[in-house]
Design a binder for this molecule. Structure first.
Ligand SMILES: [Zn+2]
Length: 242
């Protein structure tokens, strides 16, 4: 029965390596896509700022045009004042001029706001460009590392599954299915039996059963946690307690 315990131990070790490989093969691509979406989000943010800048430039030009048109109108109206004959017409035109001037003052105010906005946008864009560049540098090299690791893991994975198959084929089918069940339930399938205690779950082992573990008469599972029990001399330095 020593042999079977050793086979189970080897199988367990390969299974752990395989599940670590599987875990990394799942996690690394997830990390890559996290980095990629973070870069994408920064790129989108920058694009939005640039779009807002374009819109602000357009709005600024429109205001400038309106101001110029208003100034033109005011100038023409002021010249017209000299040609007016009636007091009533004169007053009406003066009122119109005053309104245009008031209007322009408001436009000048908006123009100032747009200019300030533009200034802010320009500095925001340059800092966003810098941030994007830095993250791209940092993340692209990390992504390349992960891609490289994934390729390495893929190379390891196939031979490892072959190795598992080969070892599993040396085990009795029933034992293999018990192994899979115990593994699913406990993670680790072996437990050291010491002083009539299963070190896997710390429950007492009936003396008769403990004797059977010591004499290696057959494979014994802990009645409580179902792990396969071995005694101290069995796995030597390789022994692991569950
Ligand atoms: Zn136990």
């Amino acid at each position: 029965m020593r042999d079977q315990i050793l086979v189970l131990d080897t199988l367990q070790r390969i299974d752990m390596e395989l599940s670590q490989l599987e875990k990394n093969l799942k996690e690394y691509p997830e990390k890559i896509s996290t980095y990629e979406s973070e870069i994408e989000a920064l790129r989108e943010k920058l694009e939005n700022s640039k779009k807002t800048k374009e819109e602000t430039i357009k709005s600024k030009s429109r205001i400038e045009l309106d101001i110029a048109q208003n100034e033109d109108t005011i100038k023409k109206s002021e010249q017209k004042l000299f040609e007016i004959k009636t007091h009533k017409e004169y007053e009406a035109l003066q009122k119109q001029i005053a309104e245009s001037k008031r209007n322009n003052a408001e436009l000048e105010e908006s123009l100032l706001q747009e200019m300030e906005k533009l200034e802010g946008l320009e500095s925001r864009i340059s800092s966003e460009e810098e941030e994007l560049g830095n993250k791209e540098n940092e993340y692209n090299s990390r992504i390349a590392d992960f891609r490289e690791k994934i390729e390495e893991l893929k190379v390891l994975y196939q031979p490892k599954t072959e190795e598992k198959k080969k070892i599993a084929s040396g085990l009795d089918r029933d034992l293999l299915s018990i192994y899979e069940r115990v593994k699913k339930r406990n993670g680790y399938v072996l437990a050291l039996a010491k002083n009539e205690v299963c070190t896997g779950c710390n429950m007492n082992i009936p003396p008769q059963l403990f004797n059977e573990v010591l004499t290696h008469s057959r494979l014994i599972q802990c009645p409580n946690c179902l792990k396969f029990l071995y005694c101290e001399d069995e796995l030597k330095s390789e022994a692991k307690t569950g």
